[in-house]
Design a protein. Structure first.
Length: 199
């Protein structure tokens, strides 16, 4: 790959990073508090999953890094338009930092595990999304327990149990989105790279 092609590819992917970061921010604004604890129902995690599927572990991690950096700097990008280090290191901080694990694990599995068939891709994406969510709630619930100095049962009730149905729905939606749009997305990148190499 020539320097010009590499630069063009990096520019294109940087644009995608910004786009997916914007989607995560929008997902954070779509939030609903629940009465049993400080963790709201949000769509940000759904877009983090999708970011991992579409951008892979390298560019996906950059997108999440940008998202968290904007919030840490005071821009109102976290759930409900909140921002700042107090949110990042508060009770829900484990879920925010857990986005790194989500996007990295999903991106790594989706990118490195080669299964050529359509059913194989579906299974691969499903496994990636399940692994990502397991890691998210492992760190999120544990962080919640430590920060609130509560019991495991209370942490699970406020940080996991109310979200089980949503997790399933989000995983199904992300898998479906991946089946429909991911092949086209990858082809767009391949064609753009090929055109740059010919130019």
């Amino acid at each position: 790959m020539s320097n010009n092609t590499s630069a063009s590819m990096n520019l294109r992917m940087t644009v995608y990073v910004a786009l997916f970061t914007a989607l995560i921010i929008i997902g954070g604004y779509i939030s609903m508090p629940i009465p049993v604890g400080p963790v709201p129902i949000v769509l940000a995690d759904f877009f983090v999953m999708v970011t991992g599927l579409f951008l892979g572990y390298k560019w996906g991690t950059m997108s999440v890094t940008l998202y968290l950096a904007l919030g840490a700097l005071g821009l109102p990008v976290f759930a409900g338009g909140k921002a700042g280090l107090a949110i990042l290191f508060g009770p829900t901080g484990g879920f925010l930092f857990g986005y790194f694990l989500v996007v990295f694990s999903i991106g790594l599995i989706a990118e490195k595990l080669e299964i050529p068939t359509k059913k194989g891709m579906l299974l691969k994406n499903l496994v990636a999304l399940i692994v990502g969510n397991v890691l998210l709630y492992l760190i999120g619930v544990q962080w919640l327990k430590v920060v609130l100095q509560t019991t495991w049962s209370a942490a699970l009730v406020s940080g996991f149990v109310p979200f089980v149905a949503g997790i399933v729905i989000k995983i199904i939606a992300a898998v479906a989105l991946g089946q429909v749009l991911l092949p086209r997305f990858k082809q767009t990148i391949i064609h753009a790279t090929a055109r740059n190499e010919e130019a």
